[in-house]
Each structure stands twice: as structure tokens, then as C-alpha cells.
Design a protein. Structure first.
Length: 676
């Protein structure tokens, strides 16, 4: 191939590589495989190495610079890079809307809504269509030149081409003119996708390095590396959200249209003709955000008309015409006002932090678990500390970090009590355990927790019998353990606060209804230490009847799938206790019928399922129970150890992860055949 032929081929390769980048990053419709794409890039690289004088700065091969920089040069922004005002609640959002409407009383406002990517703000400058400079926000007026690092991001075009039609011929004409002769500034967000972040941390774990905290900080740190090879290794991405150059755009919606036509991805967005449509978009995104490939922390809602937007002006560092409507936080800060001991059904003493009330994910939080004494020491948490709390679907959140720099010296160290704070009984910390336990079986708190466990949904499922009613019944001397529930009468209940004839009758009916119970639920309700729902199901399916379970030995229990030596000893000790057997006798005499377990072939032993989305034929709990009855396991997260991911309507991020790591995905119909 001579030089002239090489030049022609190089131009063709650059064109098709740029076109593929557009199809991949903007349209999300790759037109060739990754392997074919890599092959084309390699061919281009080889040709350019053969004819180095044909290399241009906008070639796809020039994304990674060979030489590390000594420092980042400062860049003055032509137009200040502003921040956005945040709101977290609907009331605050409505106040913002009313405020701007008052400033333009005769103007009917429409809006444009887009995702607020949890990334790193960047400005891109193109001269005659070629990417010449990229800079960070900095203080809004002066940023840093990070051009070499931004060139490594394949979703940032190195040269501008028009890939799609414009709704306005005038805009298209002006865009073409400026691409040929002038400069275009585009702003957006550099981010790291969730799967790329996981890959980076897995690699660091293999190398024995500390793990990165979150994708946003990792993206920001990657962009500020002096060696562009580091940024290139991080698989960063870019989403455009603003065009600063006047290209004839009249609305923010048109700016997104122009950005996409020029090869930029803009993410999920919506034109909203009124404020209610903007709120609906925010709600819709809030329900589906976990399925997105990147992290977002809200929705940016802007006045769509650019003339009105500019007329509204700027306050400090924020434009009046746009707002970041954030989602309730999954992590926040508050102050530990006290640490109080809570006694569980097995006598375990759990320290609980009482917090200065704070909202987290829209819920008012006043407590956080501290688990045990060792965890308090690990966190080094004191009464009076400012802490970071995190909630991941649990009722009580965790304290994840103490902000020690905010200590005043007035904080108090917590000491575990020397005796039970409820009954003043003896407490012990068994060898090899992290938990202190009250050994007084008559401790009021232990009784309350045991009864609460007994009547729970996974046990006897007695509706209307919550912790406050249980406490009231104990305090009135009507019950001392769960067996007493079955002898309660209408006459016992009516004189009590919170009860009238109807509520008393309802509770008596609920207790009566609960008397016919499955073997697995009965085993669970007993509250035997180390026996959770899955172990209870395993025991029920192995023995078939309660009488056989009572007579078993530790050796036989240890031989059962999912039952280890510790659980076997715990079960055996429980049934060898005279008081426990008397407790069971009282329950049976009160008319409780323990159903025999139908022994079925446990064909799903060692098979793990993950459920995502809504099922039609059965509830999530029914599906889990059926899997466990057949010996299978149910996990809440997808991993390489998962055998099947069952998808229903509107599956979540578990579906995406299953596709990514190659776990078998089945629909509800296929699942029903398996559990038949």
C-alpha cells in the first residue's frame, strides 16, 4: 500500500471508528462487535506507525498521551461554570417553582428535566471541529487543563461531525459554519459506570491495595492524574448537559438535540410542559435509578426557554432557572445523643445509638445499631460524636464512620454494663462470642422479644399483636410467655387501654386462626438460637413431624444439609431442657395443631436463586418458601455462585448484573416448571 492509498484507508478507518463510537455511546446500538472494533483500531494504529506524518491530533489512536505531565495548567473559563441549588423534598421544589414564576409573572413556563449524574463537571472546547482543550470546573472561573486525560474517554469525540438531523435548518446551518470556522464549548459530566468501578476495585483487591470509596471520587481522581495512561485504564464516560456557544438554540431541549447530533450522549431526559410533568419524571427516575448503569443523585430541572432562563439570572454561584431535585440520601450525618442497651429474645445485649433526628431516604431516623462492644471499639464512637449513618433497606441503619475532626472534647466514652439494665441479672460473654447475654430467663425484655418473635409473620403470624400490646399484656400479668396467648379471653382484654369489644374480638380470632400452623413456621416460632427461617424449613423437610424432631440426636442433626455442628448442638440442648418441653406441652394442650410436613424430593439442594421484579402467579415470599422447601437457597445479590436469576415485571439491577457475568436468567413460566 503506497502513501496515497494509506491516507485514504486511514480516513476511512477514522470515519468508521468515529461512527461506531456514536452508535455505541449515543444510540446505545453497537453496529459491530467489540472484537471487530478493536481490529479496526489496530489496523489504523499500524498504518499510522508506518506513515507517522499522517497522524493528526484528532485521530482515535491519539487518545492516550505517551508522556506524563509535570503539572496541570490553569484555564480561565469564558463563561463561569455555575453550581446548582439543591432541594430534597417536594415542598422545597414547589417553593422554587413559585419563586421563579413570581419573577416572570406573565410567562407560561415549560421545563426540561435530565439526570443529575454523580460525576465530575468538565468543559470541552472544539476549534474548527477539533477537540483542543478540556478543563475542570475548579472554582467556577478558573479550572485545570486536563485535555490529555479527557482524550482517553471514547465517548468524547475528538472531532465533531454531524451524525443526525436537526429540527431547525437554521441551527444546522450555523452548527456547520462554526464547526468549519469557529469554536464550540460543550459542558458535561465525566463519570465511572458501576461495573467499571467494580472492576477497578476487584483489581486493586487482587493487588492488595486499598479499595476506592465510590465511582464519583474515582472518576474525579482519574481525571486529575498527570499520566493519561491511568485515566485510560479507568473506562471513564462522558454525558453532555450544556452548550455554551450560541448556535441559534432557543431552548435547553435544543441544546441536547445538538449535542446528540454531534456525537455526544446526553442520558435519560424529558421535555415537561408543566411542573407536574417534571415531578412525574423525578418520581419515575427515582423508582428506576438502581437499574441505571451509573450513579445519579437526582434530576436537574431547568426552565426550558433560554431567553427566560437568562432573564431569571444568577444568585451567588447558582442560576435561578435550574434546580437539582435530589433523591432522599442513603447516607447522612447526625449526632449520637446517647447509647442504650437493648435486650434480644436470646438475651443478647445490643448497644443502640440514639441519634439527633435526621431524615434518610425520606424516613425520620432516631436510632442506629452498634451491634456489639467490639464494633463500638472499632468505630471508636462516643456519646456526642458526629457520625455518618447509612441505610441499605434495613429498618435501623448502621453507623459507618465517626467524624473525629468535629470532636470538641466533651464527648463521653460508652461502657458496657456489668449487669442486665432491665432485670439487673447476671450478664456473661461466652468464650469465642462478641455478644454479652443476660442469663435470667425471666428477664422482662427477653420475654417480650421472644413473644414478638413467636407471633411474627414467619412464626404464628398473629395480626394485631405488636410490641406495645405484648408489653402491655406482660405488665398486666396476663402473659408470661407465648403459650399464655392461647388462653387469653375477651374479658381479659376489654378492660385494657387500646382495647374495646371489637379489637378484643379481633385479637382473639387472630390467635384462634393461628392455631393451625405448618411445621417449619412452628420450629421458627420457638426461637431456638441459630435457627432461622431456612434452617427451620430444612428441619421440617428432613423430619416431617414435630415428634421425630424432638427425639433426634446431635449426630443426626449434624448430618442434615444446611445444619452444622453449632446449630445441631443448639437444637439438641433446647429440646433437652425440661422447661422448654413444658412450654411445648402447654401450647399443644391449648389446641395448636402442628401440620405434618409433606416430604417431597429436595431436588434444589445446593442451587441458589435470586429473584428480581414482580411475579404474577405467586408473591416473592411464596416463591422463596417454595425454593427453600425443595432444598434451594435464596440470595439477595447476584454473584458467580448464583445458579438462576428469576425475572418478573420491571426487573432491577440484579437482571443487568446477571447478564453481565453470565448467570442463567429464567422467566416466571420457566421458574414455575422448576419448582413444580
Amino acid at each position: 500500500m503506497n502513501k496515497q492509498e494509506a491516507q485514504k484507508r486511514i480516513e476511512q478507518l477514522r470515519r468508521i471508528i468515529n461512527q461506531h463510537n456514536y452508535s455505541y455511546h449515543v444510540l446505545d446500538k453497537p453496529d459491530i462487535s467489540d472484537a471487530a472494533f478493536d481490529s479496526l483500531k489496530h489496523e489504523l494504529y499500524k498504518l499510522e506507525q508506518e506513515y507517522p506524518d499522517l497522524i493528526t491530533s484528532d485521530s482515535p489512536t491519539q487518545r492516550v498521551s505517551g508522556k506524563a505531565l509535570d503539572k496541570f495548567e490553569k484555564v480561565k473559563h469564558k463563561k463561569r461554570m455555575l453550581s446548582l441549588e439543591d432541594v430534597f423534598y417536594l415542598e422545597e421544589f414547589e417553593v422554587w417553582q413559585e419563586r421563579i414564576q413570581k419573577l416572570v409573572p406573565n410567562q407560561k413556563l415549560d421545563y426540561f428535566a435530565e439526570l443529575k449524574i454523580d460525576g465530575f463537571a468538565i468543559s470541552l472546547i472544539y476549534k474548527k471541529g477539533i477537540f483542543i482543550q478540556g478543563s475542570t470546573r475548579g472554582d467556577g472561573q478558573i479550572g485545570e487543563d486536563v485535555t490529555q486525560n479527557l482524550k482517553t474517554i471514547s465517548s468524547i469525540p475528538l472531532n465533531l461531525e454531524i451524525y443526525d438531523k436537526f429540527s431547525s435548518g437554521d441551527i444546522e446551518k450555523k452548527v456547520k459554519e462554526i464547526i468549519e470556522k469557529g469554536k464550540i464549548e460543550i459542558r458535561g459530566e465525566v463519570y465511572m459506570a458501576k461495573d467499571a468501578f467494580e472492576e477497578v476495585n476487584k483489581e486493586r483487591e487482587k493487588q492488595g491495595l486499598s479499595l476506592y470509596a465510590n465511582p464519583r471520587n474515582t472518576a474525579a481522581g482519574s481525571i486529575r492524574q498527570l499520566d493519561s495512561k491511568v485515566a485510560a485504564s479507568r473506562k471513564l464516560n462522558f454525558l453532555a448537559y450544556d452548550i455554551i456557544t450560541d448556535l441559534g438554540q432557543e431552548t435547553h431541549q435544543q441544546e441536547h438535540e445538538i449535542a446528540r447530533a454531534l456525537g455526544f450522549s446526553t442520558g435519560m431526559e424529558s421535555y415537561c410542559k408543566n411542573i407536574n410533568e417534571a415531578i412525574s419524571f423525578w418520581e419515575k427516575v427515582g423508582k428506576t435509578r438502581d437499574k441505571l448503569p451509573y450513579q445519579i443523585d437526582g434530576v436537574v430541572i431547568s426552565v426550558n426557554n433560554n431567553t427566560v432562563f437568562n432573564k431569571l439570572g444568577v444568585v451567588g454561584k447558582t442560576p435561578r432557572g435550574a434546580i437539582a431535585f435530589k433523591f432522599p440520601a442513603k447516607e447522612t450525618t447526625t449526632v449520637v445523643e446517647d447509647i442504650v442497651i437493648q435486650i434480644g429474645r436470646t438475651g443478647a445485649l445490643t448497644p443502640v445509638a440514639h441519634l439527633k433526628p435526621v431524615r434518610l431516604e425520606g424516613i425520620l431516623i432516631t436510632r442506629a445499631t452498634l451491634h456489639n462492644e467490639d464494633e463500638i471499639k472499632r468505630l471508636d464512637v462516643k456519646i456526642g460524636d458526629t457520625v455518618i449513618i447509612q441505610r441499605a433497606g434495613d429498618v435501623i441503619p448502621d453507623i459507618v464512620k465517626v467524624i473525629k475532626k468535629l470532636r470538641t472534647g466533651k464527648e463521653k466514652r460508652f461502657q458496657m454494663p456489668e449487669q442486665c439494665p432491665i432485670c439487673n441479672g447476671k450478664i456473661v460473654r461466652p468464650k469465642g462470642e462478641v455478644v454479652y447475654r443476660c442469663v435470667n430467663k425471666n428477664c422482662n425484655s427477653i420475654q417480650k422479644q421472644q413473644i414478638t418473635h413467636f407471633v411474627s409473620k414467619k412464626g404464628f403470624e398473629i395480626n394485631g399483636l405488636g410490641p406495645k400490646i405484648i408489653e402491655q399484656l406482660i405488665n398486666e400479668g396476663l402473659i408470661v410467655d407465648s403459650s399464655c396467648l392461647f388462653s387469653l379471653t375477651r374479658g381479659d382484654l376489654i378492660p385494657l387501654d387500646r382495647f374495646d369489644k371489637k379489637s378484643a374480638d379481633n385479637l382473639i380470632k387472630a390467635v384462634e386462626k393461628s392455631k393451625n400452623i405448618s411445621l417449619s413456621k412452628f420450629i421458627f416460632a420457638l426461637g431456638i438460637r441459630h435457627v432461622g427461617e431456612e434452617t427451620a424449613i430444612a428441619l421440617a423437610h428432613y423430619f416431617g413431624s414435630f415428634d421425630k424432631l424432638k427425639k433426634t440426636s446431635t449426630e443426626e442433626l449434624s448430618s442434615i444439609e444446611d445444619v452444622g455442628e453449632i446449630v445441631a448442638k443448639s437444637v439438641n440442648q433446647w429440646f433437652n431442657n425440661i422447661k422448654n418441653n413444658q412450654f411445648i406441652d402447654r401450647i399443644i394442650k391449648s389446641g395448636v395443631i402442628i401440620q405434618k410436613q409433606k416430604l417431597v424430593k429436595r431436588k434444589l439442594i445446593n442451587i441458589t436463586f435470586v429473584l428480581t421484579g414482580e411475579l404474577d402467579k405467586l408473591t416473592r415470599e411464596e416463591a422463596k418458601t417454595r425454593i427453600r422447601e425443595l432444598g434451594g437457597n435464596v440470595s439477595s445479590s447476584v454473584s458467580t455462585k448464583t445458579d438462576f436469576v428469576v425475572i418478573g415485571k420491571e426487573p432491577g439491577s440484579k437482571y443487568d448484573k446477571a447478564k453481565k457475568i453470565g448467570v442463567k436468567i429464567i422467566n416466571e413460566k420457566e421458574f414455575l416448571k422448576i419448582i413444580k
